[in-house]
Design a protein around this ligand. Structure first.
Ligand code: PRP
Length: 211
């Protein structure tokens, strides 16, 4: 596919290695969690790359010099459950980030998202909102989440995923041209069950140890 200008795809050898670990069905839960944690760090780094800065003056033990503050509130919004796997990596860089939660699961038959929980901090309307979910498949969950956040007043939204399907990327980039997407891989397609092919199976189940 032609990748949209708003889509950033990670290009790094350790990401390629860790994606292979995550995709491999023989990887156990320890290997899965540790590979996810490493990729999440690089996704977080890339997702925070162009944060606005405010210049300040700081005093080193030697003299006064320029320093910087990050000049925006950052609100991380994981789509439950699997989005939780990407939260710690962002918090490691932004320890004062606010966290909002959106609970959604995908109905196995209709493949449509079903909302079950929402708890957002007030700052969503003024800050940078980073929606995180490792899988962007049909894009239904991301579409619902972004639409809901916009209704709550969010103006600056970006979406971070681990693996994206072309179908989901198309849906989100066409409907939300202002939302940039950061992903580690764009896979081939969706299968009849709307699972990403080749994908890695169900990220939430593999990370949390459920079936
Ligand atoms: C998965 C995944 C996304 C969604 C992607 O969640 O984590 O939220 O499906 O599919 P979509 O792009 O077609 O909407 P799942 O329903 O497995 O819930 P979970 O996070 O609780 O495991």
């Amino acid at each position: 596919m032609n990748v949209h200008q708003n889509v950033t795809i990670l290009d790094h050898p350790v990401v390629a290695r860790d994606l292979s670990i995550l995709r491999d069905e023989t990887t156990d839960i320890i290997g899965f969690r540790s590979a996810m944690s490493r990729i999440a760090t690089i996704l977080a780094y890339e997702s925070l790359k162009d944060l606005p800065l405010r210049r300040t003056t700081i005093h080193t033990p030697i003299e006064a010099t320029s320093g910087y503050h990050i000049n925006t509130e950052i609100i991380v919004v994981p789509i439950l459950r699997a989005g939780l796997t990407l939260v710690d990596a962002i918090m490691n860089f932004i320890p004062d980030a606010k966290i909002g939660h959106l609970g959604m699961y995908r109905d196995e038959k209709t493949h449509e998202p079903v909302d079950y929980y929402s708890n957002l901090p007030d700052e969503v309307s003024g800050g940078l909102v980073l929606v995180v979910d490792p899988m962007l498949a049909t894009g239904g969950s991301a579409d619902d989440a972004i639409g809901y956040l916009q209704k709550q007043g969010a103006k600056n939204i970006r979406f971070t995923s681990l693996i994206s399907a072309p179908e989901g990327l198309k849906r989100i980039t066409e409907k939300y041209p202002d939302v940039s997407i950061i992903t580690a891989a764009v896979d081939e397609k969706l299968n009849d069950d709307a699972f990403i092919v080749p994908g890695l199976g169900d990220a939430g189940d593999r990370y949390f140890g459920t079936t």
